[in-house]
Design a protein around this ligand. Sequence first.
Ligand SMILES: Nc1ncnc2c1ncn2[C@@H]1O[C@H](COP(=O)(O)OP(=O)(O)OP(=O)(O)O)[C@@H](O)[C@H]1O
Length: 293
Amino acid sequence: MTSALIAEGLSKRYGRRFALKDCTLDIPAGHVVGLVGPNGAGKSTLLQLACGLLGPTSGRIEVLGARPASGSAQVGFVAQDTPVYANLSVADHLRMGAHLNPSWDTGLAERRIAQVGLDPAQKAGKLSGGQRAQLALTVAAAKRPNLLLLDEPVAALDPLARRNFLQGLMELAAEQGMSIVMSSHLVADLERVCDHLIVLVASRVRVAGDVDDLLATHHRLVGRRRDTANLGTGQALIEQSHTAVQSTLVVRSTAPIVDASWQVDRLDLEDIVLAYMSGATGGGSDRVLEGQR
Ligand SMILES: Nc1ncnc2c1ncn2[C@@H]1O[C@H](COP(=O)(O)OP(=O)(O)OP(=O)(O)O)[C@@H](O)[C@H]1O
């Protein structure tokens, strides 16, 4: 398996504050990867390190087998604020893309512009936020990069445009073999399109892996109140909450849960992401203390 991105002990610091800390990842090529985490977790920082707009404070990052270089034809990046040139028309953006990129795919660009209903003559400065996002994605995709990095690309899109956009992404990945890494707060969307997920919380990677594997190995256990120090071997506690009589845990376990005193439920991806986010904030242990009062 080849890697789209490898990070080892990757950190980025601004003054005394870490935007990303000790991040170790191996993102397989040819996948659609979701990057989630709360505001300020470090998602944009990781994407900017990956496209060479930022350099690491320490550690190593390799993208498609090389050190990231800003402007690489192999890597497409759409920043959170979907930058376009306000005074240029949609058609001007496509002409400029064709001029600057040897691997420019005119057919793909024109097809997408028509699909999303953009008027080629319209000035980019007059487009809505969602339309600008569609234009920026089209320009990035038509470069035919091997890796496409998207920072919250669907935030400005209406639900129908979002569904079409995500459908388009899946087609790009399937037809062109493009690797895609996309940050978003909309986990339900990511569950539909991503086959790999990274959860970043407070500058650190909390979990990363194939979505199918994450769904198969995380469980919610509900049972009579008990001490979580005695979990079965191979079970990692992700989140816990307790009432006076009942304990509710989220655990990661590769082996089946055999303790019949637990009711065991499956989790969806959103449940898993929320468990990592709240487990990391210490919410779980606060709730233990509250239950013991
Ligand atoms: N240029 C900068 N100077 C100082 N601090 C910065 C800078 N850029 C980011 N940070 C800090 O680094 C941390 C991570 O920021 P980042 O933008 O990567 O988070 P994010 O996960 O993308 O957040 P959001 O979901 O809100 O977009 C934040 O605490 C932020 O304040």
